[in-house]
Design a protein around this ligand. Sequence first.
Ligand SMILES: Cc1cc2nc3c(=O)[nH]c(=O)nc-3n(C[C@H](O)[C@H](O)[C@H](O)COP(=O)(O)O)c2cc1C
Length: 234
Amino acid sequence: MSFMELNARELKVNPFAMLHEEWALVSAGGLNDSGTGPRTVLNNSGTDPRTVLNNSGTDPRTVLNNSGTDPRTVLNNSGTDPRAVLNNSGTDPRAVLSYNTMTVSWGMMGTMWNKPVAMVFIRPQRYTKEFVDRADSFTLSFYPKEYKKALGLLGSKSGRDGDKIGESGLTPYFLDDTVAFEEAHTILVCRKLFGDQPLDAAKFVDLKLAPEFYPDQDFHHMYFGEVIKVLTKE
Ligand SMILES: Cc1cc2nc3c(=O)[nH]c(=O)nc-3n(C[C@H](O)[C@H](O)[C@H](O)COP(=O)(O)O)c2cc1C
């Protein structure tokens, strides 16, 4: 089913129930530099995302090196790494995705600076934070009940440690220089307005909250995004 676009103010949702009960994904990043796919493949020196061997292990760009010692030596375009090799599944243990996502159940939707705004709260250790910090936008996306297990997985594993997105079975959906997933029933595309502001321990009025939620002092960082597009299937 394809998405239809709504104005943020036409969205009929209960943000309290939606975030608390359904959860959501915060995602950021996009296609890799060559624009060919979602996967940035780093070679050993981390210099070229585009070196790829074909199935037979040869490559149109394969050349013998000067000493003639390695028939699989592949010079990449920049001539920097002779050893980048993809495995059979076409993925690479050294591959990193150029986007990431994580589950959230805390957040807000409302009005700020006369704009429709969504806020998300991201702890400093989240890999997704690196993508949100680098990007101009992020998405907040919501899913039908049957994807709760996938959201559980995306909220318990880190993209830093492996391909959790592949494991979740969700299908990346690239839009507006950012990313969400095709299985979403609602996607909010958010243009970052204000961000990376940690909650201040000294400002808690309810003194029970900080010790309960931040025993490790890993206070959430706040991000405000202007909701510039709403896609929905409902
Ligand atoms: C239901 C649920 C809600 C969560 N809400 C948040 C949240 O609001 N903020 C946050 O920083 N982490 C939250 N998390 C934890 C992250 O989703 C989790 O640490 C995730 O593995 C981070 O992945 P990453 O390292 O790939 O970014 C939540 C996890 C679950 C399961």
